[in-house]
Structures are given as C-alpha cells and as structure tokens.
Design a protein around this ligand. Sequence first.
Ligand SMILES: [Zn+2]
Length: 156
Amino acid sequence: MDDLVAAGCPEQSVAFFASERPDVWSAALVPAGTGQFIVENTAHLPRRRRYNIAHEMAHVLLEHEFDRVMFSAEGRRGCANPASKDQEWEAAELGAELLLPYAAAYEAAKAHKINEQVADLFDVSIPVARWRMNGTGARIVAQRTAAKWANFRMGT
Ligand SMILES: [Zn+2]
C-alpha cells in the first residue's frame, strides 16, 4: 500500500486506509491482464500481513478465476467473495498451510509446543497457530501416536 502513491494513487486515499480506517481492509487481489497483483494494508501488524498475503497467494496458486478485485478485511476469514464460499475455504486452508504446514505442526505437537511457542516459531498469530495445531489434527494425532507407543512399551 505504501507504494501506491508513487504509482499514482491519491495520497489522501492511502492515508485514509493507512491511518483513519486501517480496519476496513487487509489485502486485495487485483486482476491485471492475464495475471494478478496483491495490494496489502501495511498498517496492519506483521503477522497479520503475512496471513493476508498468504491468503491472497493461495487464490493465485489455486487458479481461482475472478473478474473483480477481491478484498479481505479484519475479522473476516477470507475475502468478500460472494461468488464462492468454497474458494474462500480453499484459500484459507492453503494460505494457512503455506505459513504453518501440517508436517511442521505435527513436529511442534510431538515436541509439546504450546500455541504461543508455535506462533513465535512460525511468525503467525496465536489464533492461526491454534487453528493449525488443532484444526489440522496435528496435536491429537501426536497425542494418539505417543499413547500408542507408550502402550506398546508397557506390553498392553
Ligand atoms: Zn479470499
């Protein structure tokens, strides 16, 4: 967003989104010819920015087709994309996977890392760390595997 003024965007518009209403949008995926580019709100915290960019990148990696600018906003898990809730779900899952892959979440679970440690380790927010550790099943699979091996060692 900081580069938009140099690209010709009115300074007042950028200032509005940067300081007056930074909460109204997080990132946007903008179609441009045969490609797309991401505009992200640089007023947000770094971990939030990483999540926003990963989400928009996921739309591109998933080859989602869209004919309009897609915006994501604070408090919303995904873009304002009335055309497809499925695409938002896919982008949310892949975006989170890019930041904290399942295999890494499983290793963190085996090492008994708590959500705050995982968040710091992967530079994600605590809610994203909690989501990946629990929502992917990494933590419960690690617990079940440990219990299975403990039972095996005890001969039960
Ligand atoms: Zn989205």
